[in-house]
Design a binder for this molecule. Structure first.
Ligand code: IVH
Length: 634
């Protein structure tokens, strides 16, 4: 290219050229111009448009799988509703036609097409502000054209796995969405092709369309696949919703509701958006997954670690083919904040069509929920920490002890002991801690309910077979919070128990993938379990451990911090999960933090403010919702 030609280029042309040559250099490794020529283009662009977003992409980001990229416009999520009343309330804020489309349960992506209509960038939704680059993978997704007639536009839509394809994988994977999410991020993009993913476009930005109908028309003309859609007026919304619901099993993709969107783009602009979702669109979720019912009572369930969790008993409600009667309320603080009373009317949803969850209280007419004063299992005092209730004396608590015994059997692989057996053994004083298993004789077992001589002999043989344990299994079986599979494997790398038992917190923290909190609970836990370890060693032989390679988990090298109330799991479990996947838990918000995970239960507070302030100053910290975290971690 001559210098003269270069100087005459428009800003758009320059941006296009910089993107193209950057990608040619970093992705395809087939540069078409010299480094000097490239630098010259960048210099001119810098002069003409110093704030061009393209300038921030230089240096490999744009086409390298897994790199993050900032969305030109945030990718918001959709507000949702479950009743016709709420849908009509949403629609009362505007006039005019509405586009209805099935809500596809897939992964949202953004596709940027450049100056010459080439696909320049494909990125996942990610946090909504930043996503991951999947440009090379997008080539292997049906319904994503590599070149279109429109220039400088962004197309957004959903990548999904057809149900006919998912059939092959359904035994090993929970749902097509998770599998699709993994499949589009394959490091070797050709592997993406094996998953037969498809794309439905639902948004076209930058083409000056005045209506959603017009966008669909253009998208179709350009070769994108479109999800079915109908223009309706307000009165027709429920009818089309019912129709899509009836038809939902006929489609080759999973749908979990209907998206209603104001058709007029001008009207959309008037309505604006909240920080999370636009006001011009809403997802009306299928009733199959949601239903109203009455909460009758709340019972308190004690876990192995002594956490006391409220569990709601509701009038049976049929949701997505299963009758729901028990729903976890996660923790006391959250249940209070939701306004649970006994009784009250609630909306139950099967999250992701599976896990039952109380979404909201519809009518509070009963007595406010109060925390039990005593542990329902052992009668010890109860303590409240960070919204969670704990039994203050878990070691003496029957339920926690029986759960610990059960956990020990599962980890070690002693088969055949059901909860009922364990309860009897505990109540008869035969097994009070896991080391007592190894002292059991067949004649101790025979008197138990549902036991015969043959079974008793078999159980004793099962115990006998587990007298030799690998070091990592032994450590994990102690039931110390934080000492999950990953940490146990690392510790086993020290070879024998001795150095592990002498280890200080600082030493553990110095191991790349063990965070400060985990280190603290593990060191504390090992101390606490000292006498159990001693008694176990009377009968159990621990095999030597082998050093393992530095973690290769998918979160390798990434630091995480949690804030607010987590709904899906307790915080220490989430931290354990991070460690298991090779990540670390950070001690606080700093510019070195990679991810701040905000619990869906609310109460994020100052950590979130600090992270946002750091982001504004250009720090790399990314803010994830709990759901987004689970998407990465599970
Ligand atoms: S319209 C604010 N139409 O659902 C974005 N979105 O839970 C409005 N989704 O992030 C987009 N099917 O990725 C639209 N037919 C459909 C959709 C759809 C699935 C996704 C979208 C959004 C998510 C919200």
């Amino acid at each position: 290219m001559t210098a003269k030609k270069r100087d005459k280029m428009s800003i758009g042309e320059l941006e296009e050229a910089v993107r193209k040559h950057n990608a040619l250099y970093f992705v395809k490794h087939t540069p078409e111009i010299s480094d000097e020529e490239f630098d010259r283009l960048v210099e001119i662009l810098k002069k003409k448009k110093p704030d061009s977003p393209v300038l921030t992409e230089i240096g490999s980001d744009i086409g390298v799988i897994g790199k993050t990229v900032r969305h030109d416009m945030p990718m918001l999520s959709l507000d949702k509703c479950y009743t016709e009343k709420d849908l009509n309330h949403w629609a009362s804020k505007f006039d005019g036609k509405i586009l209805a489309t099935p809500k596809i349960d897939g992964c949202a992506v953004a596709l940027r097409y450049g100056q010459d209509g080439h696909l320049m960038l494909a990125a996942t939704r990610g946090s909504g502000v930043e996503g991951e680059v999947i440009t090379p993978n997008a080539k292997y997704v049906a319904g994503i054209p590599q070149k279109i007639g429109l220039k400088n536009v962004e197309v957004r839509g959903e990548i999904y796995m057809p149900l006919s394809v998912f059939k092959k994988f359904e035994e090993a994977f929970a749902n097509p969405r998770n599998l699709a999410a993994g499949a589009i991020k394959q490091k070797d993009p050709k592997k993406t092709a094996n998953y037969h993913l498809r794309f439905f476009g639902y948004e076209l930005l930058g083409a000056g369309c005045k209506t959603e109908e017009a966008k669909r028309h253009h998208l179709k003309k350009e070769g994108f696949h479109l999800v079915e859609g109908d223009l309706v007026d307000k009165k027709g919304m429920q009818k089309i919703f019912d129709e899509y619901f009836r038809e939902r099993n006929k489609r080759d993709y999973e749908t979990d509701g209907v998206v209603f969107k104001v058709d007029s783009v001008a009207e959309q602009g008037e309505l604006g958006a909240t920080a999370h979702h636009p006001r011009f669109a809403i997802a009306y979720k299928f009733q199959g997954d949601a239903g109203e019912t009455k909460l009758r009572d709340v019972i308190w369930s004690v876990s192995r670690t002594g956490t006391i969790t409220p569990v709601a008993f509701v009038d049976p409600v049929l949701l997505s083919g299963a009758t729901i009667q028990r729903v976890s309320l996660h923790n006391f603080g959250l249940a209070k904040k939701m306004g649970i009373t006994i009784p009250c009317k609630v909306l139950v949803v099967r999250r992701g069509g599976v896990i039952p969850n109380i979404e909201k209280v519809i009518e509070e007419k009963g007595k406010p929920l109060t925390a039990p004063k005593k542990c329902p299992s052992c009668g010890s005092a109860v303590a409240l920490r960070d919204d969670f209730l704990f039994c203050t004396n878990p070691k003496k608590c029957a339920v926690t002890t029986i759960a610990e015994l059960d956990y020990f059997c599962k980890v070690v692989g002693i088969d055949g002991f059901g909860r009922k057996h364990l309860q009897q053994l505990y109540e008869k004083g035969l097994v009070k801690d896991p080391s007592d298993f190894y002292l059991l004789k067949a004649e101790d077992l025979v008197p138990l309910e549902r036991m015969g001589e043959t079974l008793a002999a078999k159980l004793v043989a099962n115990i006998e077979a587990k007298k030799k344990l690998p070091l990592a299994v032994f450590l994990r079986a102690l039931g110390i919070p934080g000492l999950g599979k990953h940490v146990a494997k690392i510790l086993a790398g020290y070879g024998t128990l001795d150095p592990i038992l002498k280890m200080k917190k600082e030493e553990l923290v110095s191991i790349h993938t063990i965070g400060e909190k985990i280190a603290e609970v593990v060191v504390e836990g090992l101390k606490e379990k000292h006498s159990l370890i001693e008694s176990l060693l009377q009968t159990v032989a621990v095999e030597k451990g082998r050093p393992i390679k530095a973690s290769e988990g998918p979160l390798k090298g990434k630091s995480f911090l949690f804030t607010g109330a987590l709904l899906a799991m307790e915080r220490n479990k989430a931290e354990e999960l991070v460690a298991l996947l090779g990540g670390v838990t950070a001690g606080g918000v700093s510019k070195n933090l990679d991810y701040l995970v905000v619990g869906d239960g609310g109460g994020a507070g100052s950590k979130l403010d600090k992270a946002k302030a750091l982001q504004e100053k250009g720090a790399k910290v990314r803010i994830l919702s709990e759901k987004e975290f689970l998407k990465i971690a599970l």
